[in-house]
Write a protein that binds this ligand. Structure first.
Ligand SMILES: C[S@@+](CC[C@H](N)C(=O)[O-])C[C@H]1O[C@@H](n2cnc3c(N)ncnc32)[C@H](O)[C@@H]1O
Length: 247
């Protein structure tokens, strides 16, 4: 966490420190073995920012969805969340109710997959810290616990290549939406089916004329949920072993 906080503190224009980072590659690796085994080299903040600027408009839209299939400890996801929260602040700062709900929606629209247990645990904790700081949340707040639950659903400990979780289940992602008046909707989709989208729409394909809704059926649809109903999920997740303990 300290390592990420340290890196996060580097602003876009802090060229001297960025230059120092570029010449100090050990900042971006945990061990040579992990680089060899998993290609684990973290991306410096200045590079993350430059890459996100290529899709600036999307990063500043609260409900645009981002999936980082090798998310590490969240260097991209953290910056995406920060940009989305800046958009929340611009649009909803005058209404505490809307601000809180749209900030949670921003979190709901960020997804990640990571192979290593310690990285996914760090990633969840880094993301939670960003939201909690923004909304001034305590661990006992419903909003904090709802966010904890959302992160347990959106940031998956698993293998992006086989599209399976660490316990061998097919990876599913929750498609969240905000219905207004404090209610969220959720539908779950299997990643392996979602990734076939382009194949199905290829010209001449048997399914090319079908609407996407006819191919992409949710594996589960939930009734609308409030923040406190989402927070109820926290208890189940908090009692389950964390990815670090599973490993
Ligand atoms: C090059 S690092 C990048 C981490 C992060 N995206 C960043 O830019 O700082 C690659 C990450 O992908 C993870 N990884 C490697 N193979 C993976 C796989 N098949 N599925 C999910 N994650 C994987 C590694 O553990 C590592 O954390």
């Amino acid at each position: 966490m300290a390592r990420v906080a340290e890196r996060r503190s580097l602003g876009r224009n802090e060229h001297n420190e960025a230059t120092l980072e570029m010449h100090w590659p050990m900042n971006y690796v945990k061990s040579k073995q992990r680089v060899a085994d998993h290609g684990e080299v973290f991306t410096p903040t200045w590079m993350v920012e430059a890459m996100l600027d290529l899709v600036k408009g999307e990063t500043e839209r609260i409900d645009s969805r981002f999936l980082e299939p090798a998310c590490g400890s969240g260097n991209f996801l953290v910056q995406i969340l920060q940009r989305k929260l800046a958009a929340v602040e611009l649009k909803f700062r005058k209404s505490d109710f809307e601000k809180r709900h749209y900030a949670l929606l921003a979190l709901m629209c960020t997804y990640g997959i990571e192979l290593l247990a310690d990285n996914i645990a760090e990633c969840r904790s880094n993301m939670l810290e960003i939201l909690a700081d923004y909304l001034n949340l305590e661990e006992s707040d419903n909003q904090y616990q709802a966010a904890f639950y959302v992160l347990s659903q959106n940031l998956i400990h698993g293998d992006a290549l086989s599209m399976r979780t660490s316990d061998g289940q097919p990876i599913t992602f929750a498609e969240w939406g905000y219905l207004g008046k404090g209610k969220f909707q959720r539908r779950d989709f299997r990643l392996d089916i979602l990734t076939q989208a382009s194949a199905y729409s290829a010209e001449g394909d048997l399914f090319a004329n079908l609407g996407k809704h006819e191919i992409f059926m949710p594996t589960k649809t939930y009734p609308p949920m409030t923040v406190s109903e989402l927070a109820d999920g926290f208890i189940h997740v908090a009692l389950a072993p964390s990815p670090r303990e599973e490993a």
